[in-house]
Design a protein around this ligand. Structure first.
Ligand code: 5RP
Length: 229
């Protein structure tokens, strides 16, 4: 049996063309894309540069010999390749399982194209039924944001790192993982509502950002679909 994440992640590495500036997502599926890019750079002499969306991805990219640039050096990116925790038929997504949602959304927002790499199990009918929605919060605002979130009908759980320490994002914020009973009915409206709460830095709802999905299966095949297909 093949690894669906590896199949999708490696296939996405083939989307990168010479000279491209590429947003490098975060997670175990994108790790296969990074490996593929590292191989293409070494074997084919592929010329590209990447903007990493996390400290972890930055480290992996450096180890694989992928040249990196910063947001000071690039205004737009040709392509971003990233994973997702859930993706629905409209290419709406929940991201942030790895805690990199803020940088991932910034990078996706300046990309001409965003390709999402997932295993088949991440494709859902409705967001938020099985995966909790990550919401990144400034530490000072944890109590006020928790009250606001409860008022929106969700049950926020502070993400921990170990038995009792709150998880810290790369931006030194915390994360509430939010359970919406029955799932999220209007993801677009919820994203806007969350963005209006002082103290919420970013939500893991990614709406209208993905263009292409590469969906890996257990037999090693990859289905490529485009938004609006
Ligand atoms: C990190 C993310 C990841 O892309 C998402 O959690 C998917 O990770 P994986 O590929 O390991 O399943 O959003 O913030």
């Amino acid at each position: 049996m093949a690894n669906p994440k590896e199949a999708a992640g490696r296939e996405a590495a083939e989307l990168v063309e010479g000279g491209m500036r590429v947003g490098l997502g975060t997670g175990s599926t994108v790790a296969f894309t990074l490996a593929g890019l590292g191989e293409r750079i070494a074997k084919e002499g592929l010329v590209m540069s990447g903007v990493p969306t996390s400290i972890d991805t930055r480290q992996r990219a450096l180890e694989l010999g992928i040249p990196l640039v910063t947001l000071e050096e690039v205004e737009r990116l040709d392509l971003t390749i990233d994973g997702a925790d859930e993706i629905d038929g409209q290419f709406q997504m929940i991201k942030g399982g790895g805690g990199a949602l803020l940088r991932e959304k910034v990078v996706a927002s300046i990309s001409e194209r965003v390709a999402i790499v997932v295993g088949r199990d991440k494709v859902v009918e409705r967001l938020g039924v099985s995966f909790l929605l990550p919401v990144e919060v400034a530490p000072f605002a944890l109590p006020t944001v928790a009250r606001e979130l409860r008022g929106m009908g969700c049950d926020p759980v502070l993400r921990l790192d170990g038995p009792s320490e709150p998880f810290l994002t790369d931006n030194a914020n915390h994360i509430f993982d939010c359970r919406f009973p029955g799932g999220i009915t209007d993801a677009k409206a919820l994203e806007r509502e969350l963005a209006s709460v002082p103290g919420i830095v970013e939500s893991g709802l990614f709406i209208g950002l993905a263009h292409t999905a590469l969906i890996g299966a257990e037999d090693g095949s990859v289905t490529v679909t485009h938004r609006g297909d």
